[in-house]
Design a binder for this molecule. Structure first.
Ligand code: ADP
Ligand code: GN1
Ligand code: MG
Length: 361
């Protein structure tokens, strides 16, 4: 790929001087770009195996970023509080190369931190606030304007169907390695479906949700500033999809791909701090949503376990991997996390009790 030429297609200051890859995400190819004019940008090759309709994807992102920009206009450092798409020189939201690859560009947001893991209660608190803030910024946005970029994204039953298919075909002869993991997931098959089913049945409000609220999809700046990035999966959903992934990535005590799953626990003190931050920003929860919040963490983790294991059995086609068995390790950490949540069931904080505690202080 000719990065210099691709960069030159976008309406930027200067020309490519320097670049480096960012391998944090599992889906797109991300290249940090620095130009002769001293400006920095984020160039991404859109993974069109995952997002086959880049025009729809980018239209969603245009709508969401414009909406958030209008909410933060006038605040200090407003441009660090939302993603900004850099259009192509001919005014498009992305560039398509003759080989069919699709590329987009964002302004690089500087003076922020981005974490792969939550190290302490302070970050957990800020992460909770960031997710709650995003949801509250999107509250008055009409979600029916959004394209569905990945149908059935958090549909547990559908994810199990994909796992079943991967087990059945066992193309890479890996099923024999993962019998205990499959048995545990089978035991949990029914339990995990509740959130998607309740939402589909109209028993949870439909709101605009990010759907990929892992901690490395948040940028943290000074004075409590936060910015949600990676907007590829913003779609109508239940906020429990977002709280679930937030809990999964904020309270786990080891890396998502830790080779030793015995190091994986759910940290109750971080859970508490996370929900405190979240409750401060997400002041709109219904009782039904609040009551399922803790369960959402377990449910989304279960979906991730199913998805990682499916991809391992399928030969690591979906998630980027940098070593063999990485998807298997990812699946195992998720299973260990579910077990840890179950073992600490009595201690898991609930948002209603946090709200009561706050009001009684
Ligand atoms: P993926 O979809 O592959 O996860 P992301 O959009 O999350 O890709 O980007 C990957 C990483 O690049 C992020 O985790 C973050 O570290 C960094 N990043 C992305 N966009 C920006 C931005 N506008 N400013 C600064 N860093 C960014
Ligand atoms: C992917 O793109 P990234 O790395 O932020 C995935 C999420 C998973 C996550 C697991 C579009 O997120 O659904 O939760 O990996 N994104 C997509 O780490 O599938
Ligand atoms: Mg990401």
């Amino acid at each position: 790929m000719d990065v210099t030429n691709i960069v030159g297609r976008f309406a930027i200051n200067g020309s490519l001087r320097d670049r480096h890859a960012n391998t944090t995400g599992h889906i797109n190819t991300t290249i940090m770009v620095h130009t002769s004019a001293g400006s920095s940008y984020v160039l991404q090759r859109i993974n069109t195996a995952v997002f086959p309709h880049p025009a729809e994807l980018m239209e969603n992102i245009r709508l969401v970023t414009t909406h958030i920009a209008s909410k933060v206009a006038g605040l200090p450092d407003a441009s660090r509080r939302h993603l900004s798409i850099i259009p192509t020189k001919d005014g498009r939201l992305f560039h398509q190369e003759p080989d069919g690859s699709s590329w987009r560009m964002y302004s690089f947001i500087d003076q922020v931190d981005n974490y792969d893991m939550v190290a302490d209660e302070e970050i957990a608190y800020r992460f909770g606030r960031a997710v709650g803030l995003f949801q509250s910024q999107m509250r008055d946005f009409d979600g029916s304007r959004l394209f569905i970029t990945i149908p059935h994204f958090h549909d547990m039953a559908w994810r199990y169907v994909q796992l079943d298919a991967a087990v059945k075909s066992d193309q890479f002869d890996r099923v024999k390695e993962v019998r205990p993991e499959l048995a545990y997931l089978e035991e949990n098959r029914k339990r995990g479906c509740a959130i998607w089913d309740l939402w589909q049945a109209g028993r949870l409000p439909t709101r605009v949700t990010h759907n990929d609220t892992k901690v490395n999809n948040v940028l943290f700046g000074k004075n409590g500033l936060s910015c949600m990035i990676d907007l590829d999966t913003v779609m109508p959903g239940t906020i429990l999809f977002d709280t679930g992934d937030m809990i999964r990535t904020a309270t786990i005590t080891a890396a998502e791909d830790a080779p030793d799953a015995t190091q994986v626990h759910c940290s109750i003190s971080r859970f508490q701090a996370l929900l405190e931050g979240y409750a401060e920003a997400a002041t709109f929860l219904t009782e039904a949503e609040a009551s399922l919040l803790a369960e959402s963490g377990r449910a989304i983790t279960q979906i991730m376990a199913v998805r990682f294991l499916t991809d391992y059995l399928d030969g690591d086609r979906y998630y980027a991997t940098s070593r063999p068995r990485q998807n298997l390790d990812r699946a195992r950490t998720q299973l260990a996390f579910m077990r840890s949540m179950d073992a600490q069931r009595e201690d898991i904080p609930h948002i209603s009790s946090l709200a009561q505690r706050r009001s009684s202080v």
